[in-house]
Design a protein around this ligand. Sequence first.
Ligand SMILES: Cc1cc2nc3c(=O)[nH]c(=O)nc-3n(C[C@H](O)[C@H](O)[C@H](O)COP(=O)(O)O)c2cc1C
Length: 170
Amino acid sequence: MSYYMKSIAVIYGTSGDNTKSVATKIVQHLGHATLLDVAQLKPEAFLNYDVLILGTSTWGVGDILDEWESLLPSVKTLSLSGKTLAFFGLGDSASYSDTFVDGMGHLYEAFQSSGARLVGSVDTSGYDFEASRAVVDGRFVGLALDEDNEYDQTDARIAAWMDELLPIFE
Ligand SMILES: Cc1cc2nc3c(=O)[nH]c(=O)nc-3n(C[C@H](O)[C@H](O)[C@H](O)COP(=O)(O)O)c2cc1C
């Protein structure tokens, strides 16, 4: 019997390393996955993986990181059908309650019509914020994390998300 293990990449954009630290934890949960920094990524790298887990923090007021913004136009030209994508986003729900994890919303929008399967939406209950571009149909489009105010919940939130996603990635 042949056994095919899906190739997984966790690609993060970070300014102060919080998103890198979360990406590292996600890789540890997955067991086998490649950790990649979007700042050093060629767009074609997307084609090398079956599953791509994409993360960004939010800067300015609701902005995605520059490194993602400059890569996305090229990635959008690639054919990603057959691939599975999931998103995670870091933000500050106290200081930026109206733009909480908006960067993840930008990421999601970039891949909405890519042909890829988008998975991993998360219930907004348990979070305290006013508005977010990353909420679609009442759910976060991916895993929202707040290292500034709710760092003590990060590990449990990652673990719960992984419990849902791991069976999908098998
Ligand atoms: C100048 C500045 C602007 C920010 N703007 C937002 C924002 O609009 N929305 C949000 O949710 N978080 C915002 N944040 C919070 C960061 O996204 C958060 O601290 C995150 O953990 C940083 O992750 P990183 O170290 O991976 O870049 C902002 C932080 C700073 C310092």
